[in-house]
Design a protein around this ligand. Sequence first.
Ligand SMILES: Cc1cc2nc3c(=O)[nH]c(=O)nc-3n(C[C@H](O)[C@H](O)[C@H](O)COP(=O)(O)OP(=O)(O)OC[C@H]3O[C@@H](n4cnc5c(N)ncnc54)[C@H](O)[C@@H]3O)c2cc1C
Length: 595
Amino acid sequence: MHAPPSHKSFDKAQAREPRHGADHIAPDCTGQNFYAEDRGLRDLLQAYLAPADFRRLEPHFDRLGALAGGRLDELARAADKHPPVLHPRDRFGRDEDWIDYHSSYRDMENIAFGDFQFHAMSHRAGALGMDRPLPAVAKYALQYLFVQAEFGLMCPISVTDTSIHLIRKFASTELKEYLLPKMLSGDVATMWKGTQFMTERSGGSDVGAIETTARCEDGVWRLTGDKWFCSHADADVALLLARPEGAAAGTRGLALFALPRRLKDGSRNAYRIVRLKDKLGTRSMASGEILLEGAVAYLVGDAGRGLKQMMEQVNLSRLSHGVRASAMMRRCVNEAMVCARTRMAFGKTIIDYPLLRRQLLKITVPAEQSLSMFLFAASAMDRANTGSREAEGCLRILTPLLKFRACRDNIPVATGSMEVRGGNGYIEEWVHARLIRDAHIGVLWEGTSNINALDIVTRAVGKSRAHRTLQGALTKLLDHATLVPAAFRDRLRTALDRTLVFAERVAAEPALEANARQAASALYHVTSAILMTWEASRPGTDARRALYARFVLDYRLSPQDPIAPHAGEWETEAAEILFGQRQVAIADIARLIEM
Ligand SMILES: Cc1cc2nc3c(=O)[nH]c(=O)nc-3n(C[C@H](O)[C@H](O)[C@H](O)COP(=O)(O)OP(=O)(O)OC[C@H]3O[C@@H](n4cnc5c(N)ncnc54)[C@H](O)[C@@H]3O)c2cc1C
């Protein structure tokens, strides 16, 4: 498929004609390799992956980085403009509903499910030539690269991956034997993809209000109900919650079921996609409403633990959502930087203006924070998978922290990046409009901001005490960050102590519930600032990450006077180091963060 000329990278040499005027327009990221461009990612992958795994997987990061800045990006543009279409009946009037996708979407599926096998890479050997499942760090790094081009399809990819996890962990041997070979297949034409339907009109946050019922007749479960938000609506297997007849009200009475789209004899199961949603973003992917009319389903795990089991999928999705937000923020940074370095105004490139540099900082710092946060969370997952209780505790709180804050930050970052491009950023031919539309879903699905903030404060802090486990891990990292001045590390220790005490107060005092988001944000900011400080101090890692840490400490964790100048001398110099061409030594960075 060929992109229209306007989507190709603009080559100034091709447009020397003065009357053309096109060379006034700043180029975009087309043709970039998003892996090669990303110093932070490259450095941190070496910190978090075993050296042998890094060497083995780096060619794949590089290949996907090039695809994301090239072919995948072209496909994503086309898929966004040609959303899926539902056909409710066939020409004989049979309820054989199906969804038509543009060829660009199918091509992206081939890259994701066939070439990279995202859905299976955590569960079996064979993906990307590996002789065992990939580490979580590698999987999420690959998701991060993919989503810099395409966001919508990451929902079906991730939810297939997480459905496989649930079935492997909780399903009976018989159900595993039925579903897993199909779901783990790398053959895109025949494989079964997964999804998750929970939300009903009665409530998304209030899961206990689910009205779908399950009746067991002759050993076969049949579901009746109406699922209101069903992304990847035509998936081959959906995991969903329903209430068995006679079960308790609320979340305690919910059981987990696997709903196949086709029955064993090949006929359609008794449910219909009633219509597709006309959405603000994620337009390449089909989200619909589903009417269950006595559909056959298989009970997964313990009938009395449906929500508890489903929460494993929700938590895996939340982590992936944080990664997706991070990816979109990185794309925003890349777009803003390309534009800022080339667009001229008043005789200078716009990156030379202090006010524009401050705008770039507001885009870059949250993007870098989220990178550190998701890689640290993914490495905690890897360690938890090998039995570390400490890592499990860290992951418990890192997951909702990342989902909550990175998804929120994505929205102003997307808008800020558009603003750097000026008026063109508002025009649908450029990627910014899509980034802005896609950014907003992050604060809704898999728990709104409030629901995630409450999970952090009331459960992760109040019940699990996971913040104290995290404190132990962060303190160790600070102790190791010896290249960074002790005074700065002491400021971080004080901020950490204050944040933990604040979060505990909010958890303990019901009257303070309205502060849950504030406490969650502070936890995210202090964690990311400590991570970036430790990273900066690692030999071979970009020491400028300590500057990001100082911005977080000054602007997110310290009081500001709104009617006094912000920009200190250090900030001007830091912006010069980050956005100018100045080379610096670690000693300069150390001096700056102490100023
Ligand atoms: C495009 C799209 C795709 C989706 N795909 C799926 C899918 O595939 N599967 C699926 O199951 N769901 C899906 N959802 C549903 C999504 O997860 C829900 O919309 C979300 O969980 C919020 O639920 P709700 O819409 O019922 O809002 P509500 O739960 O009614 O929330 C409304 C507002 O009240 C706030 N609120 C609720 N409770 C509290 C509280 N205790 N304290 C403070 N504030 C509170 C919320 O934060 C929110 O701001 C999708 C949604 C969208 C938009």
